[in-house]
Design a protein around this ligand. Sequence first.
Ligand code: FE2
Length: 350
Amino acid sequence: MRAELIPIIHTIYSEMANLQPENEVLIIADSRTPKSVTEAFFGEALAMGATAQVLLVPTPPPPSLQTGLKWSKTVHAATTTPDLIVDLAIGYADFIMDAVKRGARVISPGDGTGNIHLEDTLMRTIGAVDIRKLRRESELIADLLTKGSSLRITSDEGTDITIDITGLVGNPNDGFLWDPDKKEWRNIKWVLLPPSQPGLVLPTGSSNGVIAADGFILYEPAYNHETPKSPLRIRVEKSWITEISGDPLTSTRLKNWLESFAPDKTPYHGPVHCNIGTNPRAMLTQHQEFERLRGTITFGWGDNSMLGSLKGQTFGLVKSPVHWDCMILRPTLYIDNRKIIDHGVMPSLV
Ligand SMILES: [Fe+2]
């Protein structure tokens, strides 16, 4: 293990999760999680006076199938009591939702799918950036989204989509459970790291247009994600996919995969979220950090029942056995009349 990870884990516990000596921590790992990273989270929790345990779970199937998973009663039981769950393996799961409803807080330093990249990713995207500044900017963007009524996203690759965001609540998605400036808990009990990807969970009917995905596509049969050789075009009418075209390989594979769920049409639902990457040191790796790459936008599809519940959304949510994602690398983004990203270039807002 690289020693620089230790102060980063301390920052995560102290500034982002407000770990206190009276707290009980459960660290969830699978066989992909580097043992040294698991033990560093375990040891640092002990060093801060908390009680800590580690739970090793079977490696889940690909992330796009997370929402359809059923976890064992032992995992459910183990997660009914901790104050803080450090998820290094799972992501979306029924027992995580139950734990949050019960009052537990969950921090997921690898988006649940923490892998061999975890150590380098956290050192680069937390240790080498000003996460306090990212938090302030993410809160500002979330506020713009909350007050805004429309998103317009275009790209030279062919994206042209309009999203009605009237009445929606923007999420800063910056990884902080705790506000270290105000010294108070924030209104969120489940966060992903690294920071940040401010955005929105979207209701059905909000989106119309075309997304030309030139970044990653996180779906089956890729275990993590693939990059199309040319833009993959997804046409959307009232938040349902009506046409998939463009890149021959990925469009064929994606259509085949979506059709395999017939007669269930929910995998065609979306976008169910729209997130703006803001981290200047995030990279296009197999780690979920790709969603935080500054100046990019990631869209989610299929299930929003788990994400929406974890984010406290009250509008009608769609349950689906899959949740998949795609990203665009060079968007131009307007929130109402304010340009936030210009061809993938995002100036600092703070
Ligand atoms: Fe997603």
